[in-house]
Design a protein around this ligand. Structure first.
Ligand code: NAP
Length: 244
């Protein structure tokens, strides 16, 4: 047995630690986008595979017997490549993703949208000082249209180009506290919050802070998993997919 975890999340690190504890050979892979990533237990490989064909070749040459895709719920391309490559290599593939935030009681009051462009349009109707927390890769949807808007943007890694002068950039990564989020949102007089449905507790404090301040929330819904892929929401089920 040799398990490949497509990682980059707290869930992936939790799964790697649990498999290492059980003595199961495991290799985790990271995209290599973050400069000082939190590293999982066990063997780690950093960098892409060169598409699904490259990954299928890796599965075969590295003797992988199981693939668990524990990438971020919005890492849609990696999930698709993982499913295709596992199919081609005849290796079982499971998607392990934390549940989204739809089950929260306050989620009914949020504006749910399907794209970052829709999120921008919806947020413009709701406020003028947005708190943008959808991630660095989504910024092309906002930079130009919101160049003169007073935007507070939070990212894990520094931006690759200079942001508009009206923008304020916070460099930080979770987990966040409600008190900390309240302070940030008050200090920057945020009047609308933009997020995506990442789920989990690392970044959910902003939702509690927004509820407490009466700040409206715009949420981009999750991409769908590829057809036919088994999805599990818990560590226990992800482990069961490997060790039964
Ligand atoms: P993506 O758009 O789905 O993937 C783009 C390409 O990056 C993939 O085709 C693959 O390159 C490479 N890649 C992605 N995840 C990889 C992994 N775990 N191991 C090796 N290569 C990987 O992915 P993304 O949304 O940019 O996310 C990149 C990483 O950041 C993932 O590990 C994800 O879990 C983590 N992350 C993403 C977000 C988010 O909001 N998207 C948030 C937190 C953490 P090749 O085609 O060359 O194999």
């Amino acid at each position: 047995m040799r398990v490949l975890i497509l990682g980059g999340t707290a869930e992936a690190r939790g799964l790697a630690a649990a498999l290492v504890d059980l003595g199961v050979p495991v290799i985790s892979t990271l995209a290599g986008r973050v400069q000082n990533p939190r590293l999982p237990a066990g063997e780690v490989r950093i960098g892409g595979f060169g598409g699904s064909k490259g990954l299928a070749a890796f599965l075969q040459t590295d003797g992988i017997t199981h693939v668990i895709d524990a990438t971020h719920p919005f890492a849609q391309t990696m999930t698709r490549h993982g499913a295709d490559a596992s199919d081609a290599a005849g290796v079982p593939f499971v998607r392990y993703a934390r549940p989204g935030w739809r089950a929260r009681p306050d989620s009914a009051s949020w504006t749910w949208v399907r794209s970052y462009d829709e999120a921008r349009t919806a947020a413009q109707e709701l406020g003028s000082q947005p708190f943008l927390t959808t991630g660095r890769q989504t910024l092309p949807h906002f930079l130009e249209p919101w160049a003169s808007r007073s935007v507070l943007v939070r990212v894990v890694e520094p931006l690759s180009s200079t942001p508009p002068t009206a923008w304020r950039v916070l460099l930080d990564r979770g987990p966040y506290s409600v008190d900390g989020e309240l302070a940030v949102m008050r200090q920057h007089e945020v009047d609308v919050l933009l997020t995506k449905d990442s789920g989990g507790s690392y970044t959910s404090a902003k939702l509690d802070a927004a509820a407490s301040l009466g700040v409206p929330v715009v949420v981009v819904g999750r991409p769908e998993a590829p057809a036919g892929v088994l999805e599990v929401p818990t560590l226990h089920e992800a482990l069961s997919a490997v060790v039964g």
